[in-house]
Design a binder for this molecule. Structure first.
Ligand SMILES: O=C(O)CCC(=O)C(=O)O
Length: 517
């Protein structure tokens, strides 16, 4: 590959260091061009080449190790079942000959949601990889969609490689180009999964045992929460924030809310209509939910007006987040002058079992808190890897997927559930260097705190009622200030003079200065 002026060497090195599968880059100058290749193992520089070597301890590559070179004495040294990935890593790093192990990430014989993998196969060398699915896109006739290959249900494998150059030297094919393991040119991670029709969800208890997120009491001051948790930019769960909310008694299940709202009030309810009255929803509920188990998902923004006034009577912003939002301090906020998407970012959520939210990053550089008052939510949170891990990387790869959620699903319980059962269920096996996505079971009375930038998905494990707020945190001032300058009008810049303290002004200057957008 040639380096273009837009892809600087520095950027390529940074991307390689962030990517789970990149062992390093070989740069070569050939007359007027500068070429590079991202490789799993990079040979030592000779006089015509320079190398960049990733400092990662483990590389994660798509595919199953294949050793078909008759001249090399490579092979399987051990096979283990019911082993966790950290234990497999320990085994391999302490074995004198082990350089890698392969694991199935999407098995047909599912063990369910567990930290154990079905199988780990340990190797003392790597000739090449079997990527499982060979995708050849047949030429489509003009105006028609390309066809998909037929034999596509296969187990997908990933290989963890010990990035110890002394051990790897002489045991790995030096020309394994990491881009060969991607399913398409645009993917920057080893994972672009194949999705299949949804099967039964795991039980609430099965999700619960995977959950290791720390819990702390909501009875913590804003200052302490900010200094101890918000600044560190890692998710955490607070308990008891809703103890004294009227919602605690009033929001019992969807039925308990029937009389809570005016029949003529207007709601945004997927599964029913973008804009429907409460009485229409009640009718839908009695006819379709009660009798046929239809799905629905209320995701209503609490801007000004009847709904906002009513729902706000039932909850209050949890103590650790009071006065946290920088956007509220924007000039003209009180007058409600802001671009679309800004303004009060509170939402009221009611969802039936199996509905939820596909992987995404929250908008406008915002952090979020989400209090679940009723039911159970299964959260999947990917490691914070903004350079390489975008929403797109977690979505099904269309050419090897056998399931296409209906475009306008009446039941509204297909797409999210399909993603959870195809991809989400296995997310904890998708390592990005040292970290893998987390599974979290949020229970009634728990408030999750999620800093900006994490790719996350949410599935309602039963009927749920929740309230959430997105806010601009001072702990993410750099991002928030860039957002203010790029999205706002000239008056927004006054924020800098009117509300930032000395330290914040210095940080804002570092992010963008002079303050011309
Ligand atoms: O609770 C949900 O369904 C979605 C919450 C969420 O991810 C969000 O609001 O960004």
């Amino acid at each position: 590959m040639n380096l273009s002026p837009l892809r600087t060497e520095e950027k390529e090195k940074r991307l390689c260091e962030n990517a789970a599968d990149c062992g390093g880059i070989l740069f070569r100058s050939l007359q007027s061009t500068r070429q590079f290749a991202k490789l799993l193992y990079v040979p030592v520089a000779d006089e015509y080449s320079e190398v960049f070597i990733s400092s990662k301890a483990w590389l994660v590559h798509r595919g199953l190790v294949v050793n078909d070179d008759a001249n090399k004495d490579y092979g399987v040294i051990h096979t283990a079942t019911n082993i966790t990935i950290p234990d497999a890593r320990n085994y391999c790093s302490s074995h004198p000959d082990c350089v890698a192990f392969s694991i199935p990430i999407q098995t047909e014989k599912l063990l369910g949601l567990t930290h154990d993998v079905d199988e780990a196969v340990f190797f003392n060398g790597i000739s090449s990889f079997d990527y499982g699915i060979k995708i050849e896109i047949p030429d489509a006739a003009p105006g028609e969609k390309p066809l998909r290959p037929d034999n596509i249900i296969e187990t997908e494998w990933a290989t963890h490689i010990l990035h110890d150059r002394t051990k790897l030297t002489g045991r790995v094919n030096v020309r394994v180009d990491i881009d060969d393991s991607k399913y398409d040119d645009f993917s920057t991670t080893p994972y672009r999964p194949c999705c299949h029709p949804p099967t039964d969800l795991p039980t609430i208890q099965e999700v619960r045992v995977m959950d290791t997120l720390k819990r702390i009491s909501c009875n913590i001051s804003r200052e302490e929460f900010y200094n101890t948790y918000e600044k560190s930019r890692i998710p955490i769960m607070l308990t008891g924030c809703d103890d004294d909310w009227p919602a605690h008694k009033l929001w019992k299940d969807t039925r308990s809310l029937f009389d809570r709202f005016d029949n003529s009030s207007t709601w945004h309810i997927s599964g029913v209509s973008e804009n429907t009255t409460w009485s229409n929803f009640l009718e839908f509920y009695e006819q379709n939910v009660t009798h046929y188990g239809a799905g629905y998902r209320v995701f209503t923004k609490l801007e000004d007006g009847y709904l906002s006034t009513e729902v706000h009577k039932d909850y209050k912003v949890p103590q650790p987040f009071v006065d946290a939002d920088i956007y509220v301090k924007l000039p003209q906020y009180e007058k409600r002058h802001f671009p679309i998407g800004f303004g009060p970012m509170h939402w009221f959520l009611i969802g039936s079992k199996g509905t939820g939210t596909l992987p995404h990053i929250d908008p406008h550089q915002t952090d979020a808190w989400n209090t679940l008052v009723y039911g159970h939510k299964w959260w999947i949170i990917y490691p914070l890897r903004p350079e390489i891990l975008t929403e797109g990387e977690t979505l099904c790869f269309s050419l090897c997927s056998t399931y296409n959620p209906p475009e306008d699903s009446y039941l509204n319980n297909g797409e999210e559930k399909s993603w959870y059962m195809s991809v989400g269920l296995h997310a904890h096996k998708m390592y990005f260097d040292q970290e893998a996505p987390m599974h979290i079971l949020q229970r009634a009375g728990e408030t999750i705190y999620l800093p900006y930038g994490y790719v996350h998905a949410v599935l309602n494990m039963d009927e749920t009622i929740a309230v959430t707020q997105n806010y601009a945190s001072p702990a993410n001032l750099n991002g928030v200030w860039s957002e203010v300058l790029s999205q706002g009008n000239d008056r927004w810049k006054r924020l800098y003079f009117q509300h930032f303290n000395r330290i914040q002004r210095r940080e804002a200057r570092k992010a963008k200065w002079p303050i011309a957008a």
